[in-house]
Design a protein around this ligand. Structure first.
Ligand SMILES: Cc1cc2nc3c(=O)[nH]c(=O)nc-3n(C[C@H](O)[C@H](O)[C@H](O)COP(=O)(O)OP(=O)(O)OC[C@H]3O[C@@H](n4cnc5c(N)ncnc54)[C@H](O)[C@@H]3O)c2cc1C
Length: 381
């Protein structure tokens, strides 16, 4: 079902959403099952998106983006995820990488990386998580020590989406161990930097095309690849994650809407006891709850996106949107599978893929527990 758009979108926004929806339906959706089945990285899908300028959708025109509003960006991510969750996850990981440079970097660094990333010439990855530091990234061990020409970066990051495919990686490391999170700085590491080694892709439950890797670093990094000032890395990462959480919420909406749409189609055609399944009140109530949960998640997501578009602080709204949308989407997809009965459990139908793809949404970019901590902190100031 085509989703109504929020008010206040420009003509450029509407045109971009329309174009992305068309590509999602015609190119991404038909390839989604095979991408999952073969666990193959969606390189061709990202290239198709790049052809529309979509790899820079999060960037302003000055740096090669189309100048979309945050609401339009959310609607585009929703459409892409509704067609193929793995493609949306790889794309939004690229957005995290470029957001870090946009938010934390200076103009020379932006000029070096952002236009190429916006055009799809290069792909980015965002490396914050470490084996011992996920929910609390301030516990990181990855270190960057000053050398004559820059920094010696050493340490391990893991679960890094796009890691081995990326042309550049934004990496967070400690430059001042005594300053706790204020001693974390961010860097851009180029793909061919000696001492950067990627492991094999992790075997994941869902988003199988959205490959994640362990990356180890023992690298010399030029000083001009530092993003912003020393010690500003943690603040940059948190701002990037505010954006990322609205994108995760949008992915949840897209995948859950696809599951609801499938359920609506199924209950019209499936006959049980001489009538269509959709004529049973028990099923109707399930559908009503699913649509209501989804609409509530969409409004929270649009609220966070609108505040982002207005340049307001939106950490609280981003956490609420991510928390609610990821939990609601999981329930919606599970009910959609239930409505399909045994057919929903088979791999001939997309329901089990939607359920698997959605599971990570409650974990990455801050788990549900971490979102609740953030929301409670805002309440208790
Ligand atoms: C498919 C995938 C893609 C990813 N992509 C990226 C990426 O591109 N870049 C990147 O940097 N990272 C990425 N990650 C990492 C992801 O962000 C982390 O897995 C996530 O932040 C959780 O960290 P953790 O796995 O170390 O879990 P832990 O931090 O060990 O958490 C374990 C459990 O404890 C709970 N918990 C933690 N702290 C608290 C608390 N204070 N109160 C209550 N409960 C708590 C958590 O909610 C969770 O349920 C990815 C992960 C996956 C699986």
């Amino acid at each position: 079902m085509t989703q109504a758009l929020p008010p206040g979108l420009s003509e450029t926004d509407h045109a971009a959403i329309e174009t992305i929806r068309r590509l999602a339906a015609n190119t991404l959706a038909p390839a989604a099952a095979e991408t999952d089945e073969t666990a193959s990285f969606p390189a061709a899908q990202l290239q198709a998106l790049a052809g529309l300028g979509a790899l820079g959708m999060n960037l302003p025109e000055r740096w090669g983006g189309p100048g979309l509003s945050a609401m339009a960006l959310a609607a585009c991510v929703e459409a892409i995820a509704g067609a193929c969750g793995a493609t949306a996850s790889a794309l939004t990981a690229h957005f995290l990488a470029t957001d870090a440079i946009l938010i934390g970097g200076d103009d020379p660094l932006r000029a070096r990386y952002l236009p190429a990333a916006a055009s799809g010439e290069t792909l980015g990855a965002f490396a914050l998580t470490e084996p011992r530091a996920g929910s609390n990234p301030a516990d990181m061990r990855c270190a960057a020590k000053r050398t004559a020409n820059g920094y010696r970066l050493s340490g391990v990051k893991h679960f890094i989406s796009n890691g081995a495919m990326a042309d550049f990686i934004t990496v967070f490391a400690i430059t001042d161990p005594a300053a706790a999170h204020k001693g974390i700085s961010a860097f851009v590491v180029d793909k061919n930097t000696p001492g950067l080694v990627a492991g094999l892709p992790e075997k994941t439950m869902g988003l199988k095309g959205g490959h994640v890797f362990e990356l180890s670093f023992d690298c010399e990094i030029p000083a001009e690849n530092r993003i912003g000032t020393e010690g500003s890395g943690f603040r940059t990462a948190m701002k990037v994650l505010d954006n990322g959480r609205v994108e995760v919420a949008s992915m949840c909406l897209g995948i859950a809407q696809a599951a609801l749409d499938a359920a609506l189609g199924w209950v019209r055609q499936r006959q049980i006891g001489g009538q269509a399944l959709g004529e049973y009140q028990g099923i109707q109530w399930m559908l009503a709850d699913m649509a209501t949960q989804l609409q509530a998640a969409r409004l929270l997501t649009q609220d966070a996106a609108a505040k982002r578009a207005q340049g307001m602080r939106f950490s609280l709204e981003a956490s609420m949107a991510k928390l609610f949308a990821s939990e609601a989407a999981g329930k919606v997809a599970d009910l959609a599978l239930q409505i399909h009965g045994g057919y929903g459990f088979t791999r001939d139908m997309p329901l089990e893929r939607h359920v698997r793809d959605l599971r990570i949404m409650r974990i990455y970019e801050g788990s549900s527990e971490v979102q609740r901590n953030i929301i409670a902190r805002h309440l208790l100031v």
